[in-house]
Design a protein around this ligand. Structure first.
Ligand SMILES: [Zn+2]
Ligand SMILES: [Zn+2]
Length: 140
């Protein structure tokens, strides 16, 4: 079973992501306003994985939960010491999936993106990623 280690910047939090196959992860960019704020960049990059795939091996992430704009709650987990963003999930999928921040993997190259969401909010200077799906919002 492939296993991918990750950590926050200060290494107080470490985790292991275990997947039966790399295809069990769906990495995507998201250009929505909520991701821009949470990641502090012009897009978010997460890998959607089954809920029990990530396993924290050291430390305990802090959680912030807030309204994601549509009345649904989003939960964001980050290191309380260095602030690295580790993981997020919405209430609707909390029993099924986690969205791992790909930059927190020790080797972010292992899970390349399969698509882009909220392309209508892409900043003007950023080109499309070739050969992946592109959704204006979430579904279309
Ligand atoms: Zn840290
Ligand atoms: Zn987003």
């Amino acid at each position: 079973m492939p296993s991918y280690p990750g950590s926050c910047f200060c290494h107080n939090i470490t985790y292991n992501l275990s997947l039966s196959s790399p295809d069990d992860a769906r990495t995507s960019l998201c250009h929505c306003g909520s991701c821009k704020k949470a990641f502090g960049t012009n897009y978010g990059l997460t890998a959607k994985v089954p809920k029990d795939s990530p396993h924290i091996t050291a430390g305990k992430p802090r959680e912030y939960a807030g309204d994601n704009g549509s009345g649904s709650m989003i939960h964001r987990e980050f290191c309380g010491d260095c602030g690295s963003f580790i993981c997020e999930y919405g209430d609707a999928v909390k029993n099924d999936f986690r969205y791992i921040c790909v930059g927190s993997l020790d080797d972010p190259e292992v899970l390349p993106p399969k698509g882009e969401f909220f392309c209508q909010s892409r900043v003007g200077w950023m080109p499309e990623i070739p050969d992946v799906f592109h959704k204006k919002l979430i579904k279309e």
